[in-house]
Every structure is written in structure tokens, then in C-alpha cells.
Ligand binder design. Structure first.
Ligand code: SAM
Length: 228
């Protein structure tokens, strides 16, 4: 799977060198291209923003560098999906991560300031599939953190990235429930026991207990998931 990211802060994505995704890149399961939007400007100050038409606070990202940057990423691409992180997009979920992981090539355009000139979305949609995706109902300073979260959630679903695929199946949100609580050794820590059922060796009873914990936890923390 290939990810391309257009951003004014390429160094944000240096952390993709480490951990599971770093290993997946080294083994070739994941390819990453990070593109500095300012490389597509033509003035001395490498300007990417300007004042908004119609007035108002803040600055808007100029369409010209975005057009050139996306041309350079999309020109040789085969059926890419372009994702613009935006608080006005569809909310990112595990289900969406799974659907997005079925694409061979995702391109992310990280907005900053008050966002990107809207013509960039319209023009990009005339040549590729485009999706606006929100991380949640709050406003970040830029799209980079949202893209990092999406790449981590999508990348770990790429076959081979997680050593034991069974661990993906049991996770929160996979079956519409939150995950059960997990414990490891020692059996007693600072006077707190591991639930005795987990030491019983009775696999059927452990499975039932874990399921009850999932339902109870979901009802308490996220009753909306049970309604769905
Ligand atoms: N003026 C915009 C609005 O009110 O919708 C917010 C712009 S925000 C300060 C700058 C950039 O951060 C956005 O263009 C987007 O790329 C990113 N961003 C902010 N909040 C986000 C969220 N909840 N999900 C995804 N991206 C977000």
C-alpha cells in the first residue's frame, strides 16, 4: 500500500520511521512519500497562504501550489483516493479505516490556517476520487495529526503489518463493542488481583467472561454503539 502526503511540515511524519509502521516500510509492505507544499511555490518567501476573498479572520491556502503538488503526485498514479482531513468531513471510524485499507494508494492533503481554497477540492475531484475526513468534532491546527492517526489506523490493517492478525479481530470497534480489560503477570500487583477466572484455565468460561466485560464496558462508556 502506498501513502503520499502533501504538507507544509514534512518533518511531522519522521515518526513513521519507527515502530510497526517503520518496520512495514522497511519490508516494503508500506511505501511513503512526503511532499513539501512549499517546494511548489515560485516566490522568494515560498508563500502558501493569502487573505480570504469576502473578508474574515485568518488566511486561506492558495490554490496554485496545491494544484502543482497534487499534479506531481497524481500524474502517474493508478486510481488513487485523495483524502483531505477536514472538520467538515465524514467522521473517521474503524469501519472507514477498514474500507480505506482496501485502496492501494491514498494521497493526503494537509490543510493549515483556515483551510485550503475550495477550488482545490473541486479540481482534484475532476481527476481522482476525493474524500473529506474528520478526526472528530473538534478543530486541530492542521491536518497533520489527523493524517498520522489515519495512517496508523489504516496501515496496521494492511496484511502482514501486524504479526498476529487474530489480535486485530478482538479489538475495540471491530465487532461494534469495546475491548475487554487485559492483564499480564504478576497475578497480584500492589494488592490488586487479576480476575480469578483468567487463571482458571477454563477457556469457555474465559471467553464468556470477556464477552460480558465487553458488553458491560460498552453499555457504560459508549451506549450509542449498542444502539447501532
Ligand atoms: N476553518 C476551518 C473550519 O472551521 O472548518 C478549520 C481549519 S483548521 C484550523 C486547519 C486544518 O486543520 C484544516 O484545513 C484541516 O486540514 C485540519 N483539521 C482541523 N480539525 C480537523 C479535524 N477535526 N479533522 C481533520 N482535520 C482537521
Amino acid at each position: 500500500m502506498r501513502f503520499d502526503i502533501v504538507t507544509i511540515f514534512p518533518e511531522f511524519f519522521d515518526v513513521l520511521d519507527i515502530s510497526l509502521l517503520g518496520r512495514a516500510r522497511k519490508s516494503g509492505l508500506i511505501e511513503l512519500g512526503v511532499h513539501d507544499l512549499r517546494d511548489y511555490t515560485h516566490d522568494r518567501h515560498r508563500t502558501v497562504d493569502d487573505t480570504p476573498y469576502g473578508g474574515g479572520a485568518g488566511m486561506v491556502m492558495k490554490p496554485e501550489p496545491w494544484g502543482e503538488a497534487l499534479d506531481s503526485v497524481l500524474d502517474d498514479a493508478d486510481d488513487p483516493l485523495v483524502i483531505f482531513p477536514s472538520p467538515a468531513g465524514d467522521v473517521f471510524t474503524q469501519q472507514m479505516a477498514r474500507e480505506l485499507s482496501e485502496n492501494a494508494h491514498l494521497v493526503f492533503g494537509c490543510g493549515r490556517y483556515e483551510g485550503i481554497d475550495h477550488r482545490v477540492f473541486d479540481h482534484t475531484a475532476s481527476r481522482a476520487r476525493v474524500k473529506l475526513v474528520s478526526l472528530g468534532d473538534y478543530v486541530l491546527n492542521g491536518g497533520e495529526v489527523a493524517v498520522m492517526a489515519m495512517i496508523e489506523a489504516i496501515g496496521r490493517l494492511v496484511p502482514g503489518v501486524i504479526g498476529n492478525p487474530a489480535s486485530l479481530v478482538e479489538e475495540s470497534h471491530e465487532a461494534g463493542l469495546l475491548e475487554y480489560p487485559s492483564y499480564t503477570k504478576p497475578a497480584v500487583w500492589r494488592g490488586i488481583d487479576v480476575p480469578p477466572i483468567l487463571l482458571s484455565g477454563n477457556h469457555g468460561a474465559i471467553e464468556r467472561w470477556r464477552h460480558e466485560q465487553q458488553v458491560e464496558r460498552t453499555r457504560r462508556v459508549r451506549p450509542d454503539l449498542l444502539d447501532e
